[in-house]
Structures are given as structure tokens and as C-alpha cells.
Design a binder for this molecule. Structure first.
Ligand code: BES
Ligand code: ZN
Ligand code: ZN
Length: 511
């Protein structure tokens, strides 16, 4: 994975491939353009206005520099729209467009001068600006972890290597620099999550996930600690739900892909007292549906059914690197959901770690089973706040589409905190209902609960209600990311940034 070097240079001795300058849309209004003497107009501006560039948010216009003395081969105009209305969402959009356009012309080095300090009323801090720059650039720079070979015709693509931010962008250069550092950490973590999700399911088994957790802990200067509970330990813990999903992958003589409950702990010395945030991430390393097997099209993306777990691992890496003052435990109940002669049959009744009996009405509703035991484990380990994140239901896609994840909660204040965090992080969540009538839909005559709402409808809400039942009265937020975690069969890394921000905000609030 290629990393970008970000800096705020004090002198400009280097030459860049591209020089990006920000523009307020006012400059390109016809009534303003007509006052400019064409002879005095910067050539790139003149060219841009000829191509109808209006400097709206997300618009870019790339030109060759006309002067030999220019600091860059190309220059880019970056639309900032009405700068007095610029906020982190629109700035993120402008930056994403800027870096995407730079990559399109194969730029390796970029000089960024958005001139924000020139525009009055811009309500973005130097830190926030730096963070957005490094975060979006790192994310745009992502290249899927493919297995293309040179012999097959693959040529390494050009990626951004160096981004320098103009020193006059903000007065507080230190804040700008620390924003750049943190933004790069966050962007790289999103890319790590994408790599884990994009890896083929045979490569990203529970064992491989545990290996990744250990690698993250190793590079955290010992601030993260890993424990892995294998099949025997899961039996001792009476994790009947996880074991039911794991059954087909767990042949006694020669386990094919045995389950693992992976635990990653972060407990800094200055942790906020009385608070333990538990993150529980759905970590189904491949979801075939089990005996209620999926159809071809629906199975194709199911290597990504551990996207919740991947998001947590990546978030933990950043939480530790930022040294956030809060205790966090990440839990990944990891297992594939496979078929085979030992696979759990529909109609099976199992006992969850909480002691509740569960009828497995549908083996394809496996995520909520693993989350149930994961959440019980979190509670037994003293969680005061739980956030679970899961590619849980196809239904959430029909409810909210490809860009918004579903938020469900049993606690208004945690739900508000997560909602605010997602906004600050640039990810979209929408509160959906749970409990009440949806609990009724999960009832069955033969066990305490069943793992599907049957024909009730509102599949995302019945699934959420199942999960939240196991949280009991521990403040919990459930995020259903099934609709947003993959696009065109590629991971989006959704959730990483929200989880980091949740840990940050929870470490600060007095609640
Ligand atoms: N992993 C799937 C949900 C999913 C669907 C994730 C599409 C990503 C993209 C989950 O385990 C599942 O199969 N859910 C079923 C539940 C049903 C059987 C009650 C679903 O949503 O159809
Ligand atoms: Zn499933
Ligand atoms: Zn699944």
C-alpha cells in the first residue's frame, strides 16, 4: 500500500506535477468575468471559463502551466462553490474531486493552495482542514488489493506520493500539520479495512483475521492486546449461537475453518473512568447462507460479510495511534457460514451464551446469532456502551439505498452521539425503529426467540431487535452496513471513520 507524504513546506524549492488552487464560484459569474481584462487574466482561468467551469463544489479544471517558472507542470482549478457556505461535507467533496482529477493525469506530487484564509466566514479549523486533506487523499489513492500479474499485462498505476499544503492556508501551522498526520492515519485505516474485506474469503478466514488483529497490536507499541478464543474456549463459554453458525466449517477430525472470537483490548492509563466501549463487528468470513443457501448473485459479495469486523480492526489501529483516553474492546466473533453434512439445519434450537434458547429459522440469518454471543461476551466483560456494526440484512439496502447505513438503538443519548459522530466523520446514518412490534415478529412457540422475523417485513428492524434483545439494558447502537459496505464488488471501508469518532466523542462527553 503506497502512503502519501504530507507536509507544509516553509520554502518552495521543489517542482510539482500539479498545482491545485481553490476558487469561489463568484469569480466565474459572468457579471464578474466581464470586468476582467483578458490580457491580464491567468491563462488557466481563461481556459477554464471557456470550458464553462463555474467553480461549483466538486468541479475541477486541469491545464498545462504556461510559464516555465511555474512550480508545477500542470495547474488545477478546484471549485469551492460559495465559500461562505463551505463546510466539512462540501470541502470533503471538493478535495475528493481534486485528488481524483490529479490521479487522472497521473500526478505523483501535488501542491495544494485552497486559499481558504482569503475567504471570510469559512468555519473550518486548521486541524480539520489538514485532517480532511490527508484523509480524502489517502482514500482516493486506494488501489484494490488485486492479484494481477505483470505477465498478465498489469502495469503498476501511478499513485499520489507527495502532497504539500500551502503555508498560508491557515495561521496555525502546527494544528494544520497535526490534522494532516491524523487524517493520514484515518485514511490509511479505511484502506486497511478495504483490503481485509476485498481479500478472497479463502484468504481471510477466522485464523487470518486473528493474524491481522495480532499484526495491528504489534505495531501499536503494545497499547493494543489480543486474545483469541478458539472452538474449545467457545464451547466452555457456551457460545452456542456462534458454534451453530460455525458447525459446517468445524469438522472435529480436521477443522476446515474453525471459528475464533477475536478480542482486541485498548486500555490507556488515562482512560476515562467508568466507561468501557465495546465494539462488536460481524465477522462472517464467508456467508454461503448455510443450508438455506444463497443464490449465485447474492453469494458473490459474501467474502465481505466480515466488513463490520474489519472496520473495527482498522478503527482500533487509529484509536490506539491517537492515544484516545478511553477503554475500548473490539470483538470479532469470526466464522464462515458454510454448508456440509454437519451444517446446522433450519429448525435447530441452540442455546446462546446468554442462556436464551434460539430457534434457527433460517441459517442465512447467521449474523445476528454471532452478534448475540458477541454482545453477551461484551456485557460479561463489563461493557458500559456497545456499538455493533454488521452487514446484517439485505433489507436495509431496500430501506436506505447504497449510501446510508441503518442505525438502531436502545439508548437515545448513545444513538445521538453515534449519529453526530457519523456526521463529523462524513458517513451517513439514519435512525430506524426496533423493539415493540418487531420483537413480536421474532417470537416462536418452541424457543425463547427465533432468528428471523418470518414474513413480517421490515427485515432490518426485526434483525436489529433480535440483536438489541441480547444487549438488554446496556446502552447499545446497532449499525447495519449491508447496503453500504460494497460498491461494484469493492469494499467502501464504511464505518471505520464513524467508529473512531464515536470513541473520540465518548472519551470527551461527561455522560
Ligand atoms: N450477509 C447477509 C446480509 C447481506 C446482504 C450483506 C447483502 C451484504 C449484502 C445476511 O447474513 C443475510 O443473509 N441476511 C438475510 C436474512 C434473512 C434470511 C432473514 C437477508 O437479509 O436476506
Ligand atoms: Zn446470511
Ligand atoms: Zn451474513
Amino acid at each position: 500500500m503506497s502512503r502519501i507524504t504530507f507536509s507544509v513546506p516553509r520554502t518552495y524549492s521543489t517542482h510539482y506535477d500539479i498545482y491545485a488552487v481553490g476558487y469561489d464560484e463568484n469569480r466565474f459569474k459572468p457579471e464578474n468575468l466581464k470586468h476582467i481584462d483578458p490580457k491580464k487574466q491567468v491563462r488557466s482561468e481563461a481556459e477554464a471559463s471557456l470550458t464553462d467551469f463555474k467553480a461549483t463544489i466538486g468541479e475541477t479544471s486541469v491545464h498545462f502551466s504556461n510559464l516555465e517558472s511555474s512550480i508545477a507542470t500542470r495547474s488545477m482549478l478546484v471549485g469551492l462553490g460559495n465559500t461562505s457556505k463551505l463546510n466539512s461535507t462540501s470541502l470533503r467533496q471538493a478535495l475528493t474531486a481534486c485528488f481524483t482529477a490529479a490521479l487522472k493525469v497521473k500526478a505523483r506530487s501535488l501542491f495544494l493552495q485552497l486559499n481558504l484564509s482569503r475567504f471570510i466566514n469559512v468555519s473550518i479549523s486548521a486541524y480539520e482542514f489538514g485532517r480532511l486533506v490527508a484523509e480524502t487523499a489517502s482514500m482516493v489513492n486506494y488501489e484494490i488489493n488485486h492479484q494481477k500479474t505483470e505477465i498478465g499485462g498489469y502495469k503498476p498505476s501511478v499513485r499520489l506520493e507527495k502532497i504539500d499544503v500551502c503555508i498560508s492556508t491557515f495561521d496555525d501551522i502546527q494544528a494544520l500539520e497535526s490534522g494532516l498526520t491524523d487524517g493520514a492515519l484515518i485514511g490509511e485505516a479505511v484502506n486497511l479495512a478495504k483490503d481485509l474485506i476485498n481479500a478472497p474469503a479463502d484468504d481471510m478466514t477466522p485464523k487470518a483475521l486473528a493474524f491481522q488483529a495480532r499484526a495491528i497490536a504489534k505495531s501499536s507499541n503494545n497499547s493494543l492486546k489480543v486474545k483469541v478464543h478458539g472452538p474449545k474456549a467457545l464451547e466452555r463459554m457456551k457460545a452456542g449461537c456462534i458454534l451453530a453458525v460455525a458447525k459446517a466449517g468445524l469438522k472435529e477430525e480436521r477443522p476446515v475453518e474453525p471459528p475464533a472470537l477475536i478480542e482486541l483490548n485498548y486500555k490507556p492509563a488515562n482512560a476515562k473512568p467508568g466507561v468501557k466501549l465495546s465494539l462488536v463487528g460481524k465477522s462472517i468470513t464467508f456467508d454461503s447462507g448455510g443450508l438455506d443457501i444463497k443464490g449465485t448473485a447474492n453469494m458473490r459479495d459474501m467474502k465481505g460479510d466480515m466488513a463490520g469486523g474489519a472496520a473495527e480492526l482498522a478503527a482500533m489501529q487509529v484509536i490506539a495511534a491517537l492515544k484516545l483516553p478511553i477503554t475500548v474492546q473490539a470483538l470479532l466473533p469470526a466464522t464462515p457460514n458454510l454448508i456440509g453434512s454437519r451444517a446446522t439445519k433450519p429448525g435447530a434450537v441452540v442455546y446462546s451464551m446468554s442462556g436464551r434458547s434460539v430457534e434457527i429459522d433460517n441459517t442465512d440469518a447467521e449474523g445476528r446469532l454471532t452478534l448475540a454471543d458477541g454482545i453477551t461476551f461484551a456485557k460479561k466483560n463489563g461493557a458500559t456502551h456497545i456499538v455493533d456494526i454488521a452487514t446484517l440484512t439485505g433489507a436495509v439496502f431496500y430501506a436506505l439505498g447504497p449510501n446510508t447505513a441503518g442505525l438502531f438503538s436502545n439508548d437515545k443519548s448513545l444513538s445521538d452521539l453515534v449519529d453526530e459522530s457519523s456526521k463529523a466523520a462524513g458517513e451517513q446514518l439514519w435512525l430506524l425503529p426496533s423493539g415493540g412490534e418487531f420483537n413480536e415478529a421474532n417470537k416462536t412457540p418452541i424457543a425463547d426467540i427465533k432468528n428471523s422475523g418470518g414474513g413480517y417485513g421490515a427485515g432490518a428492524s426485526t434483525a436489529a431487535s433480535f440483536v438489541l434483545l441480547f444487549a438488554e439494558d446496556t446502552p447499545t447502537v446497532h449499525l447495519d452496513i449491508a447496503g453500504v459496505s460494497m460498491k461494484q464488488m469493492q469494499a467502501t471501508g464504511f464505518g471505520v471513520r464513524t467508529l473512531i469518532e464515536v470513541a473520540r466523542q465518548l472519551s470527551q462527553t461527561t455522560k
